[in-house]
Structures are given as C-alpha cells and as structure tokens.
Design a protein around this ligand. Structure first.
Ligand code: ATP
Ligand code: MG
Length: 433
C-alpha cells in the first residue's frame, strides 16, 4: 500500500491535458492572473489543494490556492494588492475585491535541530508551532495533509502533477493522510477535524491507518488556539454537510472535545433532547445552505447549548438556592465563558445567543404590553425558531405556546389586541380560582 515516509523523495506522475477534466474556464480569472504574473517573473507557481480536488470531482471550488517557489516577501513585491498573513504559517494574500487568492511558498522538511529557531518549532506533544521552512515542490507535496489535496496544476502546459497517488485515491473515494498518521496528527491536531470534514463533504471513506489514531489523539485539540477552532467549527457545521459531519465527529470522539458541555449528555441511542435538537438544527442548516438561504452561527450554537444551559441552571438553583431567573443569567455567563475557552465565539455572536436564550423565558409571559414588545425584539425570529424546535421535541404546553406566537406575529394589530385581551382574561380567571 502507498505510504511515503516523511524523508522519502516523492516523484510525480504527470497527467497531460487530454487526460483530465480541468479547463481554464473553470478557474478564477484572478487566480490565473496571479499564476501568469509569477510565471512571467520566473517563479514556479501552481494551483493546488481543494480547488484541484474539487474541479476533478466536477464540483465548484470554494477558493483557489497557489503554491510557489517565491517567498511571501517576493510575492508581495510582485503584487501591489498583497498582504502577508499568519505566524505559524506565513502566507501571501493577493486581494481582488472580495476574492482572496492565497499564495503559499513551498514548505520544506523540518529540521528538528533547528527547532528552537524562529523558522520551525515543535511543542512537547509534537505540534508544529511554526512551519515556515521553505523547500521544493516535492517537499511541499509531502507536507500537505491528504493525498487528494496534493495535486498540482501547471498553467504553463495545463498538466497535472500527482506526487502521492492522489488521483487514484480521488477516484476510489479514499481520504488518506500523507506520511505517518500519528506524527501528522500530532504536528497539527486540526488535521483530525479535516479528515472528518472531507469524508463528510466528499462522501469518501477514511483509510484505516488514517482513521486509527484519531480517538486516542482527540484530546490534543485542547492545544489548538480557540480562534482557529472556531473557524474550523463553522467549516464543519455550517457548510452544508453538518448533519453527517456531526455523527462522524461523535464516532471519532471529536465532538466532545469542541463541545464538552454537550458531550456529557450523549446517550447510546441518540434519544436525549440534547441529541434530538442538535440533529434537527443541523438538518435545517444543511437544507438552508443547499437552498442558498442565510444561516447564523449564533442560532446554531444557541440551539446546541440550550439544554446544557437549562440543565446547569437547574443544578445551580439546587446548589445555591437562587431563583431560576438569577441562576439562568449566571449560568449563561459561565457556559459561554467555558465554551469560548475552547471555541472563540466572537462577542457579537455570544450577545445574540444570550438574547435568544433570554427570549425563551420572556416568551412565556405574554400579558399586558409584553407580547408587543417581544415581537419588536431584533432576535425574536431566531428565538421563535428555537421555541418551535423545543416544542417539536418536548411537546405538551410548548406546542400551544408556539402556536400562539405563530399566530400573533402574523396577525393584524386588531387581532393581536384581541389575542392579548383573551390571555389577560384567562389569567384573571385563573387567579380568582
Ligand atoms: P476547502 O477550501 O474546500 O475547505 P482545501 O483543501 O482547499 O478545502 P484549505 O484549508 O483551503 O483546504 O487548504 C488548502 C490546501 O492546503 C489543502 O488542500 C492542503 O493541501 C493544504 N493544507 C491545509 N491545511 C493543512 C494542514 N493543516 N496540514 C497540511 N496541509 C494543509
Ligand atoms: Mg481551499
């Protein structure tokens, strides 16, 4: 079976234009501009990674990445519209309005003797803290994550270069890490999440050796900066394959690493409210993305964490003797700060999450002017969507409450006044009794 060792020199198979389906008309004009200019200045430059993989699969690429032998600084002098980003992994971004063409200099092998220098550095768990050793295209291919992501397209003669038998894996539908899986996951634990993401997105099988170390190494995700994990979590859950990805994340014990407060409540048959609401929101999210509707990560995370919030609130009530509402507010803060230590959910999103949660309590009290104020709240629609999901899971009183709000929000003002009067009357009767 194919498995090149880290130090082995890769040689490549060249696939001529008439043997692959990649046409220049499917490539972003801006990416072509960057390739042409770098070539013209005497540098090697190739399209690489997800764009080639997706074009070969007949899919539309999300973005176009370029690999070159020019250093980031040389790329910057070639393009006025260029900025350098990244510390762990220095890159050049060439900006064309909204489109960013990412240009990476060929990565080389790590020399661990140099590990204390600024160029390459590893942590105790084997994680690469800096990865700025430059090298040849052959070395670059070996530093990439999966065989299917190490295919290079040369715009000079329209050939494809396959260094790691990626084409064969692509045809067979196999996700295979390049090199020794343990080492590659230790170098960058996010690769475990990428294995799952591509398996779900591309509907491919994970090769046995690539799958094998994940469960044991899953805790290494703790060492990843929360901002990077947040970005990765959106790619996992909000790009149209969230439902499938969620089950794979669970299977490989990765989900509980990013959402420890939910992982605690998993049941063998997926029957808890926690699990049912996650499945439902992910199905809805995938559906919305497929139909080009907007999705909001604040809503997704608010749904994910709703039942843990209630559970923890009840615990705090029992332990501290606080009233439910006070304990609820306190738990919101605790839960969010705990979650943000792992995933850096930006403040504008946590504020929305708090609003959606608080509205769940407020929506129970509709008398007087309250209902009129609630539907004016900017997050009412999202809060109502969560209420509806909870009702479909919990049934009972929540179904009536959801029905009432559904009617109220679309009713003309006269009807709304009548609805609230009826509520007030019913309430007075209840109080008298
Ligand atoms: P998509 O953009 O569709 O999510 P992609 O494969 O293009 O998928 P990017 O994150 O854009 O993913 O990365 C571009 C390429 O860089 C990858 O195809 C891969 O070759 C390489 N790469 C990205 N992340 C890593 C990593 N953590 N380790 C090794 N190589 C990586
Ligand atoms: Mg990409």
């Amino acid at each position: 079976m194919f498995r090149l060792k880290e130090h082995q020199q890769a040689c490549y198979v060249s696939i001529p234009r008439n043997e692959h389906n990649i046409s220049r008309k499917d490539i972003s004009e801006n990416a072509l501009k960057v390739l042409y200019r770098l070539n013209k200045q005497g540098y090697e430059a190739f399209l690489v990674g997800g764009c080639i993989r997706d074009l070969l699969l007949g899919k539309t690429p999300k973005d176009f990445d370029i690999a070159t032998n020019a250093t980031p600084e040389q790329v910057q002098t070639s393009f006025r519209n260029c900025r350098l980003v990244g510390r762990r992994f220095r890159l050049a971004h060439v900006m064309f309005g909204k489109e960013i063409i990412e240009v990476a200099t060929f990565r080389g092998e790590h020399d661990d003797q140099k590990s204390q220098t600024n160029i390459s550095k590893r942590s105790q768990s084997g994680m690469l803290l800096r990865d700025n050793v430059y090298g040849t295209i052959e070395q670059d291919a070996m530093r990439r994550d999966f065989t299917i992501n190490a295919l290079y397209y040369d715009v000079k003669d329209f050939t494809l270069r396959d260094y790691c038998q990626g084409l064969q894996d692509l045809k067979k539908g196999i996700i295979r890490l390049i090199g020794d899986p343990q080492t590659r996951y230790r170098e960058d634990p996010v690769r475990m999440l990428r294995t799952i993401r591509f398996a779900a997105k591309l509907n491919m099988k994970i090769e046995t050796a690539t799958a094998e170390p994940i469960k044991a190494l899953a805790p290494l995700l703790k060492n990843i900066p929360p901002a990077r994990l947040f970005d990765e979590s959106l790619k996992l859950l909000q790009t149209g394959y969230g439902y499938k990805t969620y089950f794979l994340l669970r299977e490989f014990h990765l989900f509980e690493q990013i959402f420890p407060n939910i992982g605690r409540f998993f049941t063998p048959n997926n029957t808890s409210n926690f699990e049912r609401i996650i499945e439902q929101v992910l199905k809805n999210t995938d559906y919305r993305i497929t139909n080009n509707q907007r999705v909001n990560p604040a809503f997704l995370f608010a749904v994910f964490l709703w039942y843990p919030l209630i559970e923890q609130t009840q615990l705090t009530c029992m332990e501290s003797g606080l009233q439910f509402y006070d304990s609820f507010s306190m738990t919101i803060n605790d839960l969010l700060s705990e979650q943000c230590r792992i995933l850096a959910i930006p403040r504008r999103l946590t504020t929305t999450m708090g609003d959606i949660w608080r509205l769940q309590l407020r929506m129970k009290k509709r008398e007087g002017k309250r209902a009129f104020a609630i539907i004016e709240h900017p997050k009412f629609r999202a809060a109502f969507d969560l209420l509806e999901m909870r009702a479909s899971i919990e049934k009972g009183e929540l179904l009536n409450l959801t029905k009432w709000w559904d009617e109220f929000q679309y009713a003309p003002i006269e009807k709304r006044i009548v609805m609230v009067k009826q509520l007030n009357k019913a309430n007075r009767r209840r109080v008298k009794r």
